[in-house]
Design a protein around this ligand. Structure first.
Ligand SMILES: Cc1ncc(COP(=O)(O)O)c(C=O)c1O
Length: 390
């Protein structure tokens, strides 16, 4: 059997276990309603929480930037890929995050890679929540540091690990998602700050799913929980609530300059397009000026989670627009997702390895532009499945 026949056999095995993945092709812009195969489908799975990806002001800003700057950036940031738009966005992000400095990377994935590799390496210790995003776990593995994972949000377990391993390590970095991407719950940042101080560690948080949504100013979970001054550095993405593409790191100037000098995923990749930076800047302005939109979204998310729970679905009260409906088996989750799509609702199954085995789910993400009618229909459809499984 040659290598490709072997691959095909592995793919067939995935299919047998209901784990084969295949993207749905969309024929319209990102939004609460999208065209799929000529039909209008309600999309409950994008991370475009504030519906800014296709917002007229964001699109106008991006369009004007393309006219002025063209599309491609042509080279990496350190060669000729840094335009005034990149620098302006970096200043804006630093201001928004109340950090001394900030830098933009081509994706949020890369932001985690460069931040983590700058903060820890050989001889150091990284402590990760077990449910951290793959980009954090992969960056930690790539850093060369010793990596230990604590049970999800389990501060007792983290303290045990710190007590056991801190002394023998050089530097120590605790990294966590601030809002967990597949569960929508929030990291215990107050306790994490106390532990990092007690054990002389650094605390890096990934605010990918919190930026633009949480806190009175929309700055994230650190703002919400009142610990912004105690976080050593923040990673974020421009591709979720901010509606663009790219990532960022915000933190002390020496960290940002270290990344500019050593961050392989910053140095050895092409800069994000200027228009993406301009679009992100326009989105940030909207975010700063519309607290009512995020407040309304969070209230509707909590309301939706309560309705689903009282309909008998396995849902806990939502603190963010991420509402996982836990189904259990991958096959059943995939089956429900396929039937929902037949009913014009796009809510794909999230299966292992993205989530632990036995916890396959339908991960609802609510957006600012979902109508009350769309939400009612979603509840009615999901209720039918709750009745079938009950
Ligand atoms: C917590 C978290 N961090 C980082 C990323 C990566 O961001 P990006 O999609 O911009 O690469 C994601 C999502 O994709 C995420 O959920």
């Amino acid at each position: 059997m040659n290598i490709f026949q072997q691959m095909q056999q592995d793919l067939d095995a995935l299919e047998t276990r209901d784990l084969l993945r295949c993207p749905t092709v969309i024929d319209s812009p990102c939004g609460a309603v999208m065209k799929i195969g000529g039909r209008d489908v309600s999309c409950f799975c994008s991370n475009d929480y504030l519906s800014l990806a296709n917002h007229p002001k964001v699109c106008l800003a991006a369009g004007q930037a393309i006219e002025k700057w063209g599309f491609g950036s042509g080279a990496s940031r350190l060669v000729s890929g840094t335009t005034a738009c990149h620098v302006q966005l970096e200043r804006k992000l630093a201001e928004f995050k109340r950090a001394p400095d900030a830098m933009v990377t081509s994706t949020g994935w890369m932001a985690n890679r460069v931040a983590i590799c700058a903060l820890a390496g050989k001889g150091d210790l990284i402590l990760c929540d077990k449910l951290n995003h793959a980009s954090i776990l992969d960056a930690a593995a790539a850093s060369g540091a010793t990596v230990r994972r604590y049970l999800h949000r389990d501060m007792n377990r983290l303290e045990v690990l710190l007590a056991r391993h801190r002394k023998s390590a050089g530097r120590c970095l605790i990294v966590t998602d601030s809002v967990f991407s597949m569960d929508g719950d929030i990291a215990p940042l107050v306790d994490l700050v106390a532990l990092k101080k007690q054990y002389d560690a650094q605390l890096l948080i990934d605010e990918a799913h919190a930026t633009g949504l949480l806190g009175a100013g929309g700055r994230g979970a650190a703002e919400l929980l009142g610990v912004e001054d105690d976080i050593d550095a923040v990673v974020g993405t421009l591709s979720k609530a901010i509606g663009s593409i790219g990532g960022f790191v915000a933190g002390p100037k020496p960290l940002i300059n270290t990344i500019r000098n050593t961050g392989r995923a910053y140095i050895y990749t092409t800069a994000p397009p200027a228009c993406a930076c301009v679009a992100a800047g326009a989105a940030l302005e909207i975010i700063e000026n519309s607290p009512d939109v995020r407040d309304g979204l969070l209230a509707r998310s909590a309301g939706l989670s309560k309705r689903l729970a009282s309909a008998g679905l396995n849902v806990t009260e939502a603190l963010t627009p991420i509402i996982p409906v836990i189904i259990g088996s991958a096959g059943r989750a995939a089956d429900i997702a396929a039937r929902l799509l037949e009913m014009d609702i796009l809510l794909p199954a999230i299966r292992p390895p993205t989530v632990p085995a036995g916890s396959s789910r339908l991960r609802i993400s609510l957006c600012a532009s979902h109508s009350a009618e769309q939400i009612d229909t979603l509840v009615e459809r999901l209720k039918e499945f709750a009745i079938v499984s009950g």
